[in-house]
Design a protein around this ligand. Sequence first.
Ligand code: AGP
Length: 608
Amino acid sequence: MCGIFGYVGSRRASPVLIEGLRQLEYRGYDSAGLAVLDGGLKVVRTAGKIAVLERRLRGERLDGSCGVAHTRWATHGAATERNAHPHTGCRGELAVVHNGIIENHLALRRELQARGHRFQSETDTEVLAHLIEDAYEGRLEQAVMRALARVRGAYGIAVLHREEPNRIVLARCGSPLVIGIGAGEHFAASDVTALIRYTRHVIHLEDGDVAVLEPGRFSITSMSAGAAVDREVETVDWDVDEVARGGYPHYMLKEICEQPESIRNAIRGRIVLEDGIPKLGGLEAVIEQVRRCRHLVIVSCGTSFYAGMVGRYLMEEFTDLTVEVELASEFRYRRLQLGERTMVLAISQSGETADTLAAVREAKRKGALCLGLVNAVGSSIARETHAGVYMHAGPEIGVASTKAFTSELVILTLMALLFGRHRRLSLFEGRRVLEELQRLPELVARVLEQRQQIRELAERFADCEHFLYIGRRFSYPIALEGALKLKEIVYVHAEGYAAGEMKHGPLALIDPSYVCVALCPRNEVQDKTLSNMQEVRARGGRMIALTTEGDPAARELADAVIEVPATLECLSPVLEVVPLQLFAYDLAVLRGRDVDKPRNLAKSVTVE
Ligand code: AGP
């Protein structure tokens, strides 16, 4: 997804901007550009990677110390230099970088063209440049506000004007923007991870905010209040090292291997064993409302949606809530009745996923209590939900979500136990699950010890083009997640299915070209899954079985076996998913894929 970086201070802006863009690379992009105020306004843009932009800059003299930069992920118009940001108006006096989508851009473009404006690109963003140009009367922030009053849609923008050489104007509505505060310098970025190389003191702008950055000062105005506002300065405690790859060849592998630690962080200080109850500070203020609720709707996308599916089994196991899990992109357009007794839980690693955020807003409009389970501190979903719990998984850079998923599972377990203990769940049962939960980091570390075996397994199956993942109950969402990992980073055909559904269609696919990955840990439904494995076997499909350590049952039916330690069935998904993450990672590396930045995908999906 697009990225914004801005700098104003006393350093040469262009190297700072390039470094800022590099920190945003993981979001996915297909063109890049920057604008610097250097006497006049200089703009350099390219299709392709930041390295190409950097090469282009070698031929330019850019000494200015105020500039904005952008990585674009094409939505309106192809990934060409002409469509790359920054965009300028007709007179080339101002430059705009923009994340988001301007919904009424066509009508505005026609109107501006009728007034004589000439457009250079096919983008919705260029409309902003012309609107601001039209509204400019000597004060950039006033022009920005006047222009934005005409706009419908989502935006995070950064704007420069050549008549105001040491100023950046920012505005946010629905697309994140963060200010970084330095000594005699200020930064702006669409993602806090891009700032921490320079400063740990940040301000998250809110929707409707317009900010002005100068080297020694900044101000923020709320457009709705029409007045200056104070926003809290937050101190980011992520380490620069945490953001770097830490010796691993890819962020994804680093993040897979970090899971014992990220799970520890998810449960740290949250378990009161003697009372058999979790302590989730972020939910304390709403716990009475939670107690009154009878229904829970979980909304999320992608991997976070599969976590929500596991969440449904957990809630049903430990509470008397009726639970629905809905893709946020569907939820937001359903005509769902949400009474007072319904609460909505939004799950999101980034906290910025457009559909999930829209679902939260829709649920709030309908009067539901909205809870969030989010990793990115201060993100939109974290701020817009009534209450919530942070994952504390640290930054997740690889596009394929791994450690955030296991943190989501662990915290969903805590939430289910908390809601359960306020209802029917016994002290004994609460304690039993919490005790086992505390063992999870160590059990995940044991799974990670199989790193070499899983790499060998990937080598054996490296040429296969069709994978079918199957599982039942708690393992069913893990089958879906295992298949998603393969799709997104290996680019092979992979499907996840409820094992019981095989006879209702997918069995017809099976032939020796298919590899079935059967999730078959020892539990109440293991016999059923074994029968499904037999059905696949009988039709010549190859079989990888994931089963419990020392359990012979699935071994006889499989070409290869992955074992995970024994645990409670409700916690088993955390262990089952780890080897599937590794398997996908190894296959992707063997096929030479861009593991951390798979084609066509972005880390943070901030458009619908
Ligand atoms: C995960 O591997 C995917 N890249 C994607 O499905 C992701 O989980 C989804 O876009 C939701 O993101 P979120 O958790 O940040 O809301």
